[in-house]
Design a binder for this molecule. Sequence first.
Ligand SMILES: Nc1nc2c(ncn2[C@@H]2O[C@H](COP(=O)(O)OP(=O)(O)OP(=O)(O)O)[C@@H](O)[C@H]2O)c(=O)[nH]1
Ligand SMILES: [Mg+2]
Length: 298
Amino acid sequence: MTNKRCGFISLTGRPNVGKSTLLNQILGQKLAITSPKPQTTRHRILGIKTKDNTQFLYVDTPGIHGGSKNAMNKMMNRTASRAVADVDIVIFVVDATRWSQEDQMVVDKICHDEFPVIIALNKVDKIDKKDELLAIISKLHEKLPKAEIIPLSAKNGEGVEHLEAVVKENLPESDFFFPEEWVTDRSDKFLTSELIREKLMRSLEKELPYHLTVEIEQFKTEKKVLHIGAIIWVERDSQKAIVIGKKGENLKKIGSQARTDLERMFNQKIFLQLWVKVKSGWSDDLRALVKLGIKEDE
Ligand SMILES: Nc1nc2c(ncn2[C@@H]2O[C@H](COP(=O)(O)OP(=O)(O)OP(=O)(O)O)[C@@H](O)[C@H]2O)c(=O)[nH]1
Ligand SMILES: [Mg+2]
């Protein structure tokens, strides 16, 4: 028998509750992209943390939502549901400031399952009154009586160490699945396209970020400089004009924000080129989703 522990832990919840922020806080580095807009995460992302005799395999997932029914939205919900089916522990992330129908959808999905559920009651830094917090805790306790409830702030780290300790207690004994120095199973190219998409999510208004995706065309190091070329796919000419902005200013700003983060991530000088192109209806076209790397081929 090994004295090691290792297992998969999903971060599950409705959009915008702070799942990806929590993953980054746990890992102590930015791996998953985050934004104030719901449905930021589109893909399952594995964050690996190895500490002493334990390897934590955190699975960040797209938020489970009702909402629209195009191919990409259905794909995101399916990705999130599958991640819950294959894990040792579920962390149900809840926004302590707001309960919604979509949270209840998540409860309905996980309440009959066998695996341990831990509730991360997030964003407590936004709550001033203790009474409010106690009321939410007792409501959650009624819904999921076996689940341990841990109030925390993914943003400032309060309560996160306690969460990790509880996760550790619930992990099965097992050898490690990944080399100790690994942080994710995702490629540098994938992380790059995500970082660029984060800047787009954060700077563009309303619905537009949901109509675009990023494809990496070039990714190679020459004379110590990493040359990255990326296409931003949108659905219509009018969207292309907005992304580029007056005299190209918007695209320039997005490029420079992305480059700063990429240089930090790869610890290398980066030459980044962005193009905006139109492919009508890509988000509702399964073949396009596979080709753009958004949907894994089955
Ligand atoms: N005040 C506060 N804000 C937080 C906290 N955690 C996350 N946020 C904010 O909540 C927003 C959503 O965070 P994300 O981590 O992108 O949420 P998510 O659950 O991954 O969202 P989806 O990927 O869309 O499902 C961002 O603006 C975060 O900065 C927290 O503990 N406190
Ligand atoms: Mg997310």
